[in-house]
Design a protein around this ligand. Structure first.
Ligand SMILES: *[C@@H]1O[C@H](CO)[C@@H](O)[C@H](O)[C@H]1NC(C)=O
Ligand SMILES: *[C@@H]1O[C@H](CO)[C@@H](O)[C@H](O)[C@H]1NC(C)=O
Ligand SMILES: *[C@@H]1O[C@H](CO)[C@@H](O)[C@H](O)[C@H]1NC(C)=O
Ligand SMILES: *[C@@H]1O[C@H](CO)[C@@H](O)[C@H](O)[C@H]1NC(C)=O
Length: 171
């Protein structure tokens, strides 16, 4: 009997995990990709094919001795003025995470002169699209990591459930 209860609890946990996975679709964007937050990237081009949704994150990796990450308004973004920061996201390690938790435009620049060389990023944060109805796999972001994350627990869950079914069968 105890075994049966354990099996049921396991099944519930596995199902919960599987159902949770499609919800965990907030994206953490490594700004500039492999190049990070550096003077050699055009961040307008980097951002133009991406959708930023409320709940996503920006991850800035940079040389902490040289650059920083300052959030400014549109005017100061355009003129590279870091004298009136809306927020100073620089924490000192050269690896800063910025939550995009409001649907609005965000403007980031690096102070210390690097903004003039192109270290400026503007993103528009949108509301997430409505959850998919027909298919649990989000078609808007066909990332292999995402589908792997989904398929693996699903296979695992089906296997676990099948095991429990068999267990009841032979009880
Ligand atoms: C940005 O801030 C500066 C300095 O505080 C201000 O002069 C400017 O009008 C602001 N621009 C916008 C678009 O809010
Ligand atoms: C931002 O914060 C960091 C860490 O607290 C500090 O060293 C730096 O001077 C600040 N920069 C600006 C422009 O406020
Ligand atoms: C967004 O995140 C910032 C930084 O963590 C926090 O200070 C702010 O309260 C958050 N805003 C909302 C609307 O959750
Ligand atoms: C980045 O690319 C855009 C589009 O090609 C261009 O308009 C802009 O001037 C470039 N920015 C920099 C800093 O080179």
């Amino acid at each position: 009997m105890a075994e049966k209860v354990v099996a049921m609890v396991m099944a519930v946990i596995v199902c919960a995990v599987v159902m949770m996975v499609p919800e965990v679709d907030a994206t953490r964007y490594a700004v500039g990709g492999n190049q990070g937050w550096s003077p050699n990237v055009n961040y307008t081009i980097w951002a133009q094919d991406k959708h930023f949704y409320n709940g996503d994150w920006l991850f800035f990796v940079y040389d902490r001795n040289q650059m920083n990450i300052i959030e400014v308004n549109k005017t100061d973004y355009e003129s590279c003025n870091s004298d009136h920061p809306l927020q100073n996201w620089t924490r000192g390690a050269g690896r800063d995470v910025v939550p995009l938790n409001v649907t609005r435009h965000y403007y980031f620049i690096s102070g210390k002169g690097f903004c003039y060389g192109g270290m400026k990023l503007a993103v528009r944060v949108e509301n997430p699209p409505p959850p998919p109805t027909a298919s649990p796999v989000k078609s808007a972001s066909p990332s292999p990591i995402y589908s792997g994350q989904f398929v693996l627990p699903a296979v695992f869950a089906i296997g676990a459930l099948w095991g429990i079914v068999l267990q009841f069968w032979y009880w």
